[in-house]
Design a protein around this ligand. Structure first.
Ligand SMILES: Nc1ncnc2c1ncn2[C@@H]1O[C@H](COP(=O)(O)OP(=O)(O)OP(=O)(O)O)[C@@H](O)[C@H]1O
Ligand SMILES: [Mg+2]
Length: 211
């Protein structure tokens, strides 16, 4: 049996990941491709418990290294319990955020710091080895626009990162663009400032060209 593809959606707060991933999954389902939609942090029971620790509460609740370890522990559980078994069964797995978010947030968001970048890389190797997504969409948008979209959404108490200062969010955006530029074959950068439908069409176009 052939393995499923692993496709991830990345980008800053409110860029439209959850909106687009839903449309993308519906598109794959219409084409008859078996797929599973999941998210990080979380996606498995243990990882969802860790999610609440990470996304709720004060911005300064964790130091950066603790934060990297918590995200990585959640990711390991998610890989072992959900992502790897599904891919083995031939299911395409689509994740709302994955490891590139850890690199962008903890590696670049607090300002470029070689030691943190190294630690994020080393920790990823430890939990996942050489495994990586087949395709990653980076939804790129000015942070001011994304944060406004995100804050306007009702019933969201997972706003720990939305409350980081604007410098953090600019570092984050540049971090994602830098990550994408290092491996243009795996990353598709999508302009996320257009309408929901326009962004969706760009995503489909890139998917069909690449996979
Ligand atoms: N292209 C768009 N134009 C205008 N509004 C949009 C667009 N895409 C999404 N939105 C709206 O912006 C808000 C944030 O979108 P969404 O939840 O998809 O972003 P996200 O990247 O998943 O955010 P988060 O990082 O907080 O999970 C939602 O209310 C959504 O309806
Ligand atoms: Mg979302």
């Amino acid at each position: 049996m052939t393995k499923g593809y692993f496709i991830t959606f990345e980008g800053g707060e409110g860029c439209g990941k959850s909106t687009q991933i839903k449309l993308f999954t519906e598109y794959l389902q219409k084409k008859g491709i078996p797929c599973l939609l999941t998210r990080e942090p979380g996606g498995s029971q243990g990882a969802e418990e860790i999610r609440a620790l990470l996304l709720k509460g004060d911005t300064s609740k964790w130091d950066k290294i603790t934060e990297i370890l918590l995200f990585s522990a959640a990711r390991r559980d998610h890989l072992v319990k959900k992502i790897w078994p599904a891919l083995e069964q031939g299911t395409t797995v689509i994740s709302d955020r994955f490891a590139d978010s850890t690199m962008a947030y903890q590696g670049y968001g607090y300002g470029i710091n070689e030691a943190s970048i190294q630690m994020v890389n080393d920790t990823y190797k430890m939990i996942a080895g050489n495994f990586e997504p087949d395709l990653t969409f980076i939804l790129d948008i000015a942070p001011e626009v994304g944060i406004n979209r995100s804050m306007a959404r009702s019933g969201n108490d997972e706003q720990r990162f939305e409350h980081m200062d604007l410098t953090f969010h600019h570092n984050l955006r540049n971090g994602f663009l830098k990550i994408a530029s290092q491996n243009p074959k795996r990353y598709a950068v999508i302009d996320a400032s257009g309408s929901i439908d326009q962004v969706h069409q760009d995503i489909i176009k890139q998917f069909e060209e690449r996979l």
